[in-house]
Design a protein around this ligand. Structure first.
Ligand code: SAM
Ligand code: SF4
Length: 315
């Protein structure tokens, strides 16, 4: 379905929980979040019904996210239901990877086509400092488990933070080359927990090109500019929501774990889908798609208008 600005909305980011087994400093409060009542979180049936309605409105790609999607009980059943929907061409997931040794094969069997794994540092002490509770070894084991399960085109999501991990750009590029995977550097966005971060944490993705001038520009894929790494099968992707706002090409909508449709990540607008069925559900989703805001107005001094923290949206 095309919106008022002729953007074709084909991509749904679907959050299945706001809970997480990590507490990344830029995403989640240190104390975690209050566990919602079971009835406040979408049931498996509601998730499937909403996804089907989105597909009827033109969605072709679904990314399952969270919080951490792998802490949601029955995640493999949710994925199997989503991948079986007629019209879903790509089912993907973004995960911190910690639970992949347990779930990678099950996800493959459930029809998940691709995984993005978030990893902001290759240094064990920094990993603990950023995630507050996690262990680098567990995240690396998760990457290995994904490869073993046959997820060959893995992507690593690295949120770039000035003074925290920008000294590791070359290490990540080397890692991507060695592992024949894609590393995606994402500009930190002032939303939720990091709205009040020092300005020096918000750095532009062009810093990656300054640190690795040997990269060769290849193409644009969705919101990412892709570069190849010489003499390897690895790739680098730059995702620059701050320095090059990509709203004119945005094809996404989001549904939160409690059933709110967000037409734009950075707007406070949320449309409740719970309790709607059949044509009423499709009409509400279609209206929200058509009326998707034109753009966000974020910069390091103007934080997101979204009232949620990132774990409660899904990235
Ligand atoms: N728990 C999963 C994970 O970390 O991959 C999925 C949910 S997480 C909210 C999705 C993505 O959003 C992660 O790659 C995370 O690094 C990214 N993210 C969270 N807060 C962000 C921010 N303020 N700016 C840019 N990316 C952010
Ligand atoms: Fe959890 Fe992902 Fe947020 Fe980190 S970025 S706290 S892993 S939801």
């Amino acid at each position: 379905m095309r919106d008022r600005f002729n953007r074709n909305i084909t991509y749904l980011r679907l959050s299945v929980t706001d809970l997480c087994n990590l507490r990344c400093v830029y995403c989640m409060p240190e104390t975690g979040v209050h566990k919602k009542k079971h009835s406040d979180i979408l049931s498996v049936e509601e998730i499937e019904e909403m996804a089907r309605a989105c597909v009827a409105c033109g969605v072709k790609k679904i990314r399952v996210t969270g919080g951490e999607p792998l802490v949601r009980r029955g995640i493999e059943d949710i994925c199997a239901r989503l991948s079986a929907i007629d019209g879903v061409e790509e089912l993907c997931m973004t995960t911190n990877g910690i639970l992949l040794p347990k779930y990678a094969q099950k996800l493959k069997k459930a029809g998940v086509l691709r995984l993005n794994i978030s990893l902001d540092t290759l240094n064990a002490e920094k990993y603990r400092a950023i995630s507050r509770v996690g262990t680098l070894k567990d995240a690396l084991n998760g990457i290995e488990a994904a490869k073993q399960a046959g997820f060959s085109d893995l992507k690593l999501n690295v949120v770039l933070m000035g003074g925290i991990n920008d000294d590791e750009i070359r290490d990540f590029v080397r890692f991507a080359g060695e592992q024949s995977i894609e590393v995606r550097f994402i500009e930190l966005m002032p939303i939720g927990e990091c709205r009040t971060f020092d300005k020096k944490r918000f750095i532009e993705s062009k810093k990656v090109l300054e640190a690795t001038p040997e990269l060769i520009e290849k193409c644009t894929e969705g919101v990412a500019r892709i570069y190849s790494i010489p003499d390897s099968k690895g790739q680098v992707g730059l995702i620059s929501p701050m320095s090059t706002h990509f709203c004119p090409g945005c094809n996404r909508i989001r549904i939160t774990g409690d059933g709110k449709l967000k037409p734009c990540l950075h707007s406070s607008e949320e449309i409740s889908l719970r309790g709607l069925h059949g044509e009423a559900l499709k009409e509400t989703i279609g209206d929200a798609m058509r009326n998707k805001p034109q753009r966000h107005h974020l910069d390091a001094k103007t934080p997101s208008e979204s009232l949620r923290t990132m774990n409660a949206i899904g990235g």
